[in-house]
Write a protein that binds this ligand. Structure first.
Ligand SMILES: O=P(O)(O)OC[C@H](O)CO
Ligand SMILES: [Mg+2]
Length: 246
């Protein structure tokens, strides 16, 4: 483990040749939408949504996160996981098309692509939501070699299962790529665990409100993608490392 720096004992298991990006909360500022609708729904039951619950939900497939939500809040007798998904859907559908990029996402994706590093996305979100979230960012996502979504038939179980990252490793040119050559970027505890379960190295870029106990599993923890130094991982450095553009 390493916080705010690199742990050379666990990192560099092999030279990094391929990169997998998580999406929600890592490339796109979409976790705030889930938080907002969950706060609204819980308020009706006179309960508050907090980051200890958020930590257990984020990164998971929708139905898996929904089960955590109704069970952990004790409202499962009044609201099933399936009904919770229906209830939040209308609100989310209005929010997702407004999704913004996270700071540093565009710079890092363009940099890796321009330097010939194969990159892809592995997101727990399903195709219909993916399309809404990315509609303003099609140019950036077109730089990905491939995109694996939560409703992909190869993804039997959501994060922290390694399924989605192993499927992503399989689909690179000449795949499957050795997991030791893959660096994953994640924001969620379940996603960091999934990457480690797949045998990959992982840079965590967590929300500042997430309890720091969840940092321990990651190989490197950063406040922002703007703080990533490719050279730490043997990847081509930014030409002007002092310039932090979005
Ligand atoms: O973080 P992602 O991209 O795997 O998405 C997972 C859910 O859709 C949101 O937590
Ligand atoms: Mg995420």
């Amino acid at each position: 483990m390493a916080n705010q720096g690199i742990d050379t004992s666990s990192a560099r298991k092999g030279p990094i040749t391929h990169v997998i990006f998580d999406m929600d909360g890592l490339l796109l500022d979409t976790e705030k939408f889930y938080t907002e609708v969950q706060e609204i729904i819980l308020a009706r039951y006179n309960k508050t949504f907090d980051w200890s619950l958020k930590a257990k939900m984020m990164g998971k497939k929708a139905i898996e996160a929904a089960r955590v939500f109704v069970e952990e809040t004790g409202i499962s007798d009044s609201l099933t996981a399936e009904d919770f998904l229906v209830e939040r859907e209308e609100m989310l559908q209005k929010m997702f098309p407004t999704s913004d990029l996270m700071p540093g996402a565009s710079r890092l994706i363009h940099h890796l692509h321009e330097n010939g590093i194969p990159i892809c996305v592995a997101t727990g979100t399903h195709t219909r939501h993916f399309d809404l979230k990315t509609q303003r960012h099609s140019e950036l996502f077109s730089l990905m070699h491939h995109i694996v979504r939560g409703d992909d038939p190869e993804v039997k179980q959501g994060k922290p299962s390694p399924d989605i990252f192993l499927a992503a490793a399989n689909r690179f040119e000449g795949g499957p790529v050795d997991p030791q050559r893959i660096l994953v970027f994640e924001d969620a505890p379940s996603g960091v665990l999934a990457a480690k379960n797949a045998g990959m190295s992982v840079v965590m870029v967590p929300d500042a409100r997430l309890d720091s106990q969840y940092h321990q599993v990651a190989d490197q923890v950063l406040n922002s993608l703007l703080d990533f130094s490719p050279a730490d991982w043997g990847l081509p450095p930014f030409e002007n490392a002092s310039t932090k553009l979005d």
